[in-house]
Design a protein around this ligand. Structure first.
Ligand code: GDP
Length: 439
C-alpha cells in the first residue's frame, strides 16, 4: 500500500510530524506540488534544520527522496538545503545524489520569478489585493508553466536550447518591469550563465522520476506522497484567490508525479483539533475578535506562529463543514488529528457543524468567497477535558472521556476514522490506531 498525506485545512496542520512517522514505513518519499513555500523544522543529530523543499523523509536513512514534476523547483534553495543536511551528516555514508532525485520535468524558479512575486505583493499592498504570498517566486513560476514559457529542469542541461527559451521567457516580463513596475530589466546573459552553472551542478540529481516511481510500484515498494500546504489553499478547490498556485488536493499527487489512478493508496488528511490560517482570506470559525483570550491562548499554547516568517497565525474552532469538504475533495480514508493537547484544560470546546447565510443553513462550502466571508458558524458546544499525562497515554481508552467524545463526534460527522492522534510535538506523543501502509 502507498500513502498520500494531505493538509486538510489551511496548511500548518502538522504534516511534518505525520510524514516523519510514516516515512519509517515507506521506501520512497515524494514531494509533488508547491515549492519551497512549505516549511518543516527538523532536528538532526542535535542540529536544527529547516527544510522547505527536500522531503522531510530525508531524516530516515536509506529512503529515496523525490522532487517530482509538479513541484516548482528553486535550485539555489535546493543546494542550500543539501549543504545544510550534509553539514548535519544527515546523509550518513550515502552521497546526496544517491538519496535525492529531481524530476527532469519540474519547472524551475528563476530569480525573475522571485522579483516579480515581490514587486506584485508590494504593488498590491498599496491597494486591497494582497494575497500574502511567501514571495519566493512560486506563483510566477506556475504562471509561466501554464503560459507555456516555463523553464524545466531538463532545459538547464541543454545549453543550446536554454538560451532561446530564456529569451522567450523574459520578453514579456521586461515590458512589465519597464512600464508597469518601473524596475530594472532582466539581462539575458548573466541569467543564461547562471542557468548553465546550476544545470551542471544539478546533473547528478536529475532523473526520470516518473519511470523511477513506476519501477517502485512494480516492485511493490511503499511510496509516501508528502502534500504541502492544505486543501483550502488548493488553486481549484480552495478559497480562491487566497490560495496557493498548485493542486494541494490528493489528485495533485497523481498529476504531480506522473502516476495513474490505479495505484493503491490510502489518503490521510491531517487536521488540527482546531483551525488556523495564515495570511488573508475567509475563515468562518476565526475567533480573533469575538473570543480574543481564547484565540491568544490557542496561539501561545499551540505556538501558532509561522515557521519561517514568525507571523502570528489566525486561530479559531474546528470547522467540520470545511473538514467534510476536505474529506470529499480528497477522498480521505482517514484523519490524523493533531495538537489535541493545545485544547487541554478548556471548560468547553466549540465545534462548527453548519454555516448560516441569510436565512439558510449550509452544510457545504459556498463557492463564492464573498459568501464564505459572510457565513456565520453554527456551533455545538461540548465539555472540554482536563490535562492528562500524555506520555502515559498509549491507547484511545486512556484518553479523557470528553476528548474521546470529541473524536467520536468528528468521526461521525465526517464518516471517516481518526487513524492517528497527536497529543504533543514528540514522536512518542502519538497514538496510532491503524497503519495505512498495512491495509
Ligand atoms: P506542517 O507544515 O503541516 O508540517 O506544520 P508545521 O510543521 O508548520 O506545524 C506543526 C508544528 O506543530 C511543529 O512545530 C510541530 O512540532 C508541532 N506539533 C505537531 N503535532 C503536535 C501536537 O500534537 N501537539 C503540539 N503541541 N504540537 C505539535
Amino acid at each position: 500500500m502507498n500513502v498520500i498525506v494531505i493538509g486538510a485545512q489551511w496548511g500548518d496542520e502538522g504534516k511534518g510530524k505525520v510524514v516523519d512517522i510514516y516515512s519509517a514505513k515507506a521506501e520512497y518519499i515524494v514531494r509533488y506540488q508547491g515549492g519551497n513555500n512549505a516549511g518543516h523544522t527538523l532536528v538532526v543529530n542535535g542540529k536544527k534544520t529547516i527544510l522547505h523543499l527536500i522531503p522531510s523523509g530525508i531524516l530516515h536513512p536509506g529512503k529515496v527522496c523525490i522532487i517530482a514534476n509538479g513541484v516548482v523547483f528553486d535550485p539555489t534553495v535546493f543546494f542550500e538545503e543539501v549543504e545544510s543536511l550534509h553539514q548535519s551528516k544527515a546523509f550518513g555514508t550515502a552521497l546526496p545524489n544517491e538519496v535525492i532525485r529531481v524530476s527532469e520535468r519540474a519547472h524551475v524558479i528563476l530569480p525573475y520569478h522571485r522579483t516579480l512575486d515581490r514587486l506584485r505583493e508590494e504593488y498590491a499592498a498599496k491597494g486591497a489585493g494582497k494575497i500574502g504570498t511567501t514571495v519566493r517566486g512560486i506563483g510566477p513560476a506556475y504562471e509561466d508553466k501554464a503560459a507555456r514559457r516555463g523553464i524545466q529542469v531538463i532545459d538547464l542541461l541543454r545549453p543550446e536550447l536554454l538560451r532561446t527559451k530564456l529569451e522567450r521567457a523574459i520578453e514579456e516580463k521586461n515590458i512589465l518591469l519597464k512600464h508597469h513596475f518601473k524596475a530594472p530589466l532582466i539581462e539575458l546573459n548573466p541569467l543564461y550563465e547562471e542557468g548553465l552553472k546550476l544545470g551542471e551542478k544539478l546533473k547528478p540529481f536529475v532523473s526520470n522520476v516518473r519511470a523511477l516511481l513506476q519501477e517502485a510500484l512494480r516492485g511493490q515498494r511503499p511510496i509516501l506522497f508528502e502534500g504541502a500546504q492544505g486543501t483550502l489553499l488548493d488553486v481549484d478547490h480552495g478559497t480562491y484567490p487566497y490560495v496557493t498556485s498548485s493542486n494541494t488536493v490528493a489528485g495533485g499527487a497523481m498529476t504531480g508525479s506522473g502516476l495513474g489512478l490505479n495505484i493503491k493508496a490510502k489518503v490521510i488528511g491531517i487536521s488540527k483539533a482546531y483551525t488556523t490560517r495564515v495570511g488573508t482570506g475567509p475563515f468562518p470559525t476565526e475567533i480573533e475578535k469575538t473570543e480574543k483570550e481564547t484565540a491568544e491562548r490557542i496561539r501561545s499554547v499551540g505556538a501558532e506562529f509561522g515557521a519561517t516568517t514568525g507571523r502570528p497565525r489566525r486561530t479559531g474552532w474546528l470547522d467540520l463543514v470545511a473538514l467534510k469538504y476536505a474529506v470529499e475533495v480528497n477522498g480521505l480514508d482517514g484523519i490524523a488529528l493533531m495538537k489535541a493537547d493545545v485544547l487541554n484544560g478548556f471548560d468547553f470546546i466549540k465545534v462548527c457543524t453548519a454555516y448560516r447565510l441569510g436565512g439558510t443553513t449550509l452544510y457545504d462550502l459556498p463557492s463564492s468567497i464573498e459568501d464564505l466571508e459572510r457565513v456565520e458558524p453554527a456551533y455545538e458546544v461540548i465539555p472540554g477535558w482536563l490535562s492528562y499525562d500524555q506520555s502515559q497515554t498509549k491507547h484511545r481508552e486512556d484518553l479523557p472521556s470528553e476528548l474521546r467524545d470529541y473524536m467520536r463526534m468528528i468521526e461521525d460527522y465526517l464518516g471517516v476514522p481518526i487513524v492517528l492522534m497527536s497529543t504533543g510535538p514528540g514522536r512518542d506523543e502519538t497514538l496510532i490506531f491503524s497503519d495505512p501502509f498495512g491495509q
